[in-house]
Write a protein that binds this ligand. Structure first.
Ligand SMILES: Cc1cc2nc3c(=O)[nH]c(=O)nc-3n(C[C@H](O)[C@H](O)[C@H](O)COP(=O)(O)OP(=O)(O)OC[C@H]3O[C@@H](n4cnc5c(N)ncnc54)[C@H](O)[C@@H]3O)c2cc1C
Ligand code: FES
Length: 250
């Protein structure tokens, strides 16, 4: 799928939990009739002129009815500005970018998400069409569970404060030996632990990595990470990598 610059129009921008928003965008470009992108791919978003300088990457959470959905956490300046957008406001998008998840998977599959790492996994689950076990960990407040329930009956939930589901980390519930393939997105320590747990059990793990992005399409080398086969760009070679390939720093 070829990347393109798109003018987007905010359809809705709804706060669904503390600092967590769901943004729905429709195309404001008359010549473009539909959004493109596969699960794990992302768009660079910008709704400001010069400050901050760079666009911000957000994963595709869903594409349906010619509507592009993002789920995002307010972390700093860029996401704060995006959270203030109202219906009808415009923004610039560049995408789809990155490699995305392999969708030709067989056997027993699990998804493991931590916090806002849940964002790309909804679309992934929809497009995979397999029977999937979904493990999702949160710090305290849970969100988007109803969206997961639409696609999976096997949901495991944890919160660190024990307010919903298992009290503790999601990796304490995860049973790697049950699965042939595991797809994970979330905090680095969680993904590192998932890779370690699957090692030697014949389970392939795919991780969706984060990195600070500048160009978003492989030109600036600003987002490189260390892998067993050298430095790789999260935006172009990833964001999805084979877990065993990533050199996780301690
Ligand atoms: C491929 C990709 C897909 C992403 N998808 C989503 C998504 O679907 N939903 C979502 O909420 N977020 C997603 N992110 C993260 C999101 O891009 C950042 O949170 C956002 O760019 C922060 O911008 P800001 O201006 O709000 O914060 P800034 O002011 O730039 O930073 C605020 C704080 O967050 C830290 N920070 C910012 N970006 C990152 C990062 N990438 N990794 C670690 N720490 C960071 C900074 O060091 C700083 O402490 C994704 C990132 C990548 C690379
Ligand atoms: S952000 Fe420029 S190479 Fe990845």
């Amino acid at each position: 799928m070829k990347r393109s610059y798109i003018k987007g129009i905010v359809h809705s921008n709804t706060q669904i939990a503390t600092n967590i928003y769901e943004l729905k965008i429709k195309s404001g470009d008359g010549s473009l009739t539909y959004f493109q992108g596969s699960p794990g791919q992302f768009y660079m978003l910008k709704s400001w002129k010069l400050d901050p300088f760079l666009s911000r990457p957000l994963s595709i959470c869903d594409i349906s009815n010619n509507m592009l959905t993002f789920l995002y956490e307010v972390r700093g300046k860029g996401t704060k500005i995006i959270s203030k957008l109202n219906t009808g406001n415009t923004l610039e998008l560049l995408g789809p970018l990155g490699n995305g998840f392999n969708l030709n998977l067989e056997g027993n599959i699990a998804i493991v998400s931590g916090g806002i790492g849940i964002a790309p996994m909804i679309y992934l689950m929809k497009e995979l069409n397999n029977n999937i076990d979904f493990y999702c960990g949160f710090r305290d407040e849970i969100y988007y569970i109803d969206e997961i329930k639409k696609e999976s009956n096997n949901i495991y939930i944890s919160t660190e404060d024990g307010s919903v589901g298992h009290k503790g980390f999601i990796t304490e519930l995860f049973m790697p030996e049950k699965y042939n393939v595991v797809l994970t997105c979330g905090p680095i320590p969680m993904m590192k632990r998932v890779v370690e747990m699957c090692r030697g059990k014949g389970t392939s793990v795919y991780v969706s990595m984060e990195g600070r992005m500048a160009c978003g399409f492989g030109a600036c080398l600003g987002c490189t990470i260390e892998t067993t086969s050298g430095m790789k760009r999260v935006c172009k070679d990833g964001p999805v990598f084979l877990g065993e390939e990533v050199v996780f720093s301690d």
